[in-house]
Design a protein around this ligand. Structure first.
Ligand code: PEP
Ligand code: MN
Length: 333
């Protein structure tokens, strides 16, 4: 981090500031020009409050040279991270297809969808048991029963399972879960992230509805700084002024995140668009943009789905999509 001092800063003020940095464990390199004095801060500057610093009367400007996310940062970990999820790999050229219903509704439903997406080549089964719904009157998920049904589907198909956690108190119920999802609405639930950092599960963190990529990376940092480095990021669309689509898919997030972090990045075109007919084109675009995987909602009977039917593909539609995704991936190689 570099701090430029205003002209007219006295020696005493400068020394005061230097001591303040040194008290934070930083080394300070002073470079004095004819017109400007620049302080170079060496060490872990992630604890420096940049807004506080910029607010000081003797500071002209401040610039971070390295990003405040350390564990996720590609600068300190040049190679792509490759995660192994019960035998399925993601990252570093390994691509993961996650498919399944928005929410687990019944044994018949989840087993049917699991079998169909497996036949279409899916690697992991998704299904919500704890649903973050905007209205408290909407279907909230089957909770513990939903997790039990997911386990049954896992046993029946051999597909590892992905499901969302909303409350850390429910963690004991997630023992058989392979990937724990932190949904968009909980991306900045820092207590939840911190606790998940103490587990040995793969954590899938979805981008918040109105969060920057830096905020997403800082959220991931909460998990990683707790010791759990097995994290996947998910772009799922952000809020903009557009209303024809449920959200606006920010596909540039994929190559941008790949520059910034070594962690795998997947795309969820279902929540990004909210419309089943838009899922395939956006899935293909995501694969072409270099995503490490896709998460897609599939339902055996979308018109009667208890949640997100409008954006859910039928198993047949998913089968077609998966074939086209494979072709895009082949074309890229
Ligand atoms: C989900 O994947 O089921 C979900 C609720 O997505 P998001 O958190 O992205 O809205
Ligand atoms: Mn959904």
């Amino acid at each position: 981090m570099v701090a430029v001092l205003r002209r007219g800063t006295t020696l005493a003020q400068r020394e005061n500031l230097i001591h303040w940095f040194e008290d934070m464990g930083l080394k300070v390199h002073v470079s004095e020009g004819d017109y400007q004095c620049i302080l170079g801060l060496i060490g872990d500057t992630s604890k420096v409050d940049i807004d506080l610093l910029e607010g000081l009367s003797i500071i002209e400007s401040v610039k971070r040279i390295t990003e405040p996310f350390k564990n996720a940062n590609r600068q300190f970990h040049g190679e792509d991270s490759v995660l192994d999820i019960s035998g399925r790999k993601i990252g570093g050229g390994h691509f993961l297809m996650i498919a399944g219903p928005c929410s687990v509704e019944s044994e018949e439903q989840i087993i049917c969808v699991a079998n169909r997406v497996k036949a279409a080549g899916a690697d992991l089964l998704r299904g919500g048991a704890f649903k973050p719904r905007t209205s408290p009157y909407d279907f909230q998920g089957l909770h513990g029963d939903g997790l039990r049904l997911l386990s049954l589907a896992k046993k029946a198909t051999g597909l590892p399972i992905v499901t969302e956690i909303m409350n850390i108190n429910d963690l004991p119920l997630f023992e058989d879960v392979d990937v724990i999802q932190v949904g968009a609405r909980n991306m900045q639930n820092f207590d939840l992230l911190r606790e998940l950092g103490r587990t040995d599960k793969v954590i899938l963190v979805k981008r918040g509805l109105a969060n920057t990529l830096k905020e997403l990376l800082m959220s991931v940092e909460y998990v990683m700084s707790g010791g759990n480095e097995r994290v996947i990021l998910c772009e799922r669309g952000i809020r903009t002024f557009e209303t024809y689509t449920r959200n606006t898919l920010d596909l540039s997030a994929v190559p941008m995140l790949h520059e910034l972090t070594h962690l795998p990045v997947i795309v969820d075109p279902s929540h990004a668009t909210g419309k089943a007919r838009l899922v395939e084109p956006m899935a293909l675009a995501a694969a072409a943009a270099g995503a490490d995987g896709l998460m897609i909602e599939v339902h055996n009977d979308p018109p009667h789905a208890l949640c997100d039917g409008a954006q859910s593909l039928t198993p047949d539609q998913y089968d077609v999509l998966a074939g086209k995704v494979r072709k895009v991936r082949e074309a890229l190689q």
